[in-house]
Design a protein around this ligand. Sequence first.
Ligand code: KPL
Length: 307
Amino acid sequence: MHDALSLVVGPGAIGRLLALSLQGSADRQPAARLLGRRLLPDRQWLTRPDGEQRWVDIATVVEPQLAVQDIKLVHLTTKSWATLEAFETLAPHLPADTPLVLWQNGLRVQHPLTERWTGPVLCASTTEGAYVVDNDHVVHAGHGQTVLGHLGGGHAELAEEIARQLSGAGLAATAVDDIEVRLWHKLVVNAAINPLVARFRILNGQLRESPWRERVEATLAELDALMQALDIPPPASSTSRPWHDLVWQVIERTAANRASMLQDLEASRPTEYDAILGPLREAARTADIATPELDQRWQELDQRAAD
Ligand code: KPL
């Protein structure tokens, strides 16, 4: 896997960061290729967190049958709502044992794709910060951490190999045997922050102020009850309010950020509201837990999606 050619599907911010980091750090070329709906310039700028900028030569391909040539690993980095379609387009052209890594927010695609794909499927959760400036420029805004693993806890060696490859490319990654729990943790963070900041078009840090602070607290009370009912182990914390601590820590750390859902709304793109709020509301209904805050956020964003 060390020198294996990877295909990155979905040239958004994380997809481009991944492809350019892999390509820019490998001894053997090419190390990565991008598959997208439109061609991007073959030379891309990558700005690093320390401000250094460099060119990376990388091929973008639009035809799946050409994109898969000699590929040993596929990273699917499309938005959650576009992922099943991207997978269906690619799958007929891929050798049946090709490993897939899923990078989506929410919990809509991870289980169906793990069941459907014939090869190993790993899920990743990342806090790397990146944004696209232009057709030929992506900024790695801040270093984060990536965890990855198989939903059933298997394929540990493969997960470790991929984690080593990512870390070698400057994206610190660790293989874990509890990725499903990690995805629930990220889901709680995204559900508490993203729909609210998107609805009110505010920076993450403004959630610390009234009236949004009260909305975050009310949402956290629902999420706390739901996580307990689902038996999801809480994140490590020195207090008795681990979910509360996790979410407020992320709000502090990302105070100046425009969350991904807000960026999607502002760019008139579909948002990931269903991948984030949908699984939580469905689990709440099964567990007979009322979630008026989550329901309201879902209705507001669903209304926008229908407009
Ligand atoms: O992951 C994020 C996102 O923007 O999707 C958070 C943690 C909310 C940071 O902005």
